[in-house]
Design a protein around this ligand. Structure first.
Ligand code: MTE
Ligand code: MO
Length: 301
């Protein structure tokens, strides 16, 4: 996120086919046709958004942020090819009744597996629409039973420089860590994904287990999770440690609070030509805004 500017999506990365599909999607949006032809600005002013269409699987699995496997978007697919995701153990500790090193299959056993298509908005101002498959984080938490004193959840990526070439460089303070307030972690939208596009999740997208919080910027979505720790105080997180004035703990998608180096008002949907308006809480405000009532979102970014 430090390296690339948000507009650095090369024209070559927008394929003719997805360009065609996105134009069709745009034209299909109710009422948008006439307005858009007359004046795209007028369409935007009225809040008309083109429909969300699922991002081509090829794009979602070959344009990745996973710094453990390289800084370029194309690198994780190649460099994570042989990443070993079985057997996989998830350490659950901190303020829980049932702390243990769970084999992944045991942790997931008996939990409902859901298919959920979510918008995915990177802080770099690009976005996708991804059909995830996974379990609700609240169902995992119910299994391990947080203590009443638990207020936050910390999630940590595997630390293994032998497998993760990016960890041999000091790009970030490894392992990658993220966190949620307990109510955010318990929210029904919050998933731990084990799959996407109806298949097992590819290594470059965070196999075998990654966080998905669709109303937050993508960097919350910590990949290849090996530890879930319940805490009383707000956990430190990798990006807010690295650049605290740029990346906060909450990381809620908010078009009215710009990144210090670029605007967050618009986004480029991968595969589309025209920029879209970014929506408050990435379009999930109805479901999540109440968790932040009374909070100054400019301060708690
Ligand atoms: N461990 C780890 N998790 C990570 C990252 C990372 O570099 N390392 N990048 C984050 C960022 S910035 C984004 S936008 C999403 C990208 O997920 P995707 O590749 O599935 O689109 O993963 C997030 N999770
Ligand atoms: Mo991101």
């Amino acid at each position: 996120m430090l390296i690339r500017r948000p507009d650095d999506i090369a024209a070559s990365e927008i394929t003719p086919e997805s360009l065609y599909l996105s134009r069709r999607a745009f034209m299909g949006a109710a009422g948008a046709v006439a307005l858009a032809t007359a004046s795209p600005g007028a369409a935007r002013a009225l809040g008309v958004q083109p429909k969300d269409e699922i991002t081509p699987e090829e794009d979602a699995t070959s344009y990745n942020n996973f710094y453990e496997f390289g800084l370029d978007k194309e690198e994780p697919k190649e460099l994570a090819k042989n990443f070993k995701t079985r057997p996989w153990t998830v350490q659950v500790d901190g303020l829980v009744k049932k702390p243990a090193a769970y084999a992944l299959d045991d942790l997931l056993k008996g939990l409902a597996v859901m298919d959920r298509t979510y918008r995915h908005r990177c802080v770099e101002a690009w976005s996708m629409v991804i059909p995830w498959r996974g379990v609700a984080l609240k169902d995992i938490l119910a299994k391990v039973e947080p203590l009443p004193s638990a207020k936050y959840v910390e999630l940590t990526t595997l630390l293994d420089p032998t497998q993760m070439p990016g960890q041999r460089r000091g790009t970030l303070n490894w392992p990658y860590r993220e966190g949620l307030r307990l109510d955010e972690a318990m929210h029904p939208l919050t998933l731990l994904a084990t799959g996407m596009y109806g298949k097992t999740i590819p290594n470059q997208n965070g196999a075998p287990l990654r966080l998905v919080t669709p109303w937050k910027y993508g960097f919350k979505g910590v990949k290849s999770i090996v530890r879930i720790r319940l805490t009383e105080t707000q956990p430190r997180t990798t990006w807010s440690d690295a650049t605290p004035n740029e990346y906060g703990f909450f990381a809620n998608v908010n078009p009215t609070v710009d990144h210090p180096r670029w605007s967050q008002a618009k986004e480029r949907r991968i595969g589309e030509f025209l920029k879209r308006n970014t929506l408050m809480f990435n379009g999930y405000a109805d479901q999540v805004a109440s968790m932040y009532s009374g909070m100054d979102l400019r301060k708690f970014y």
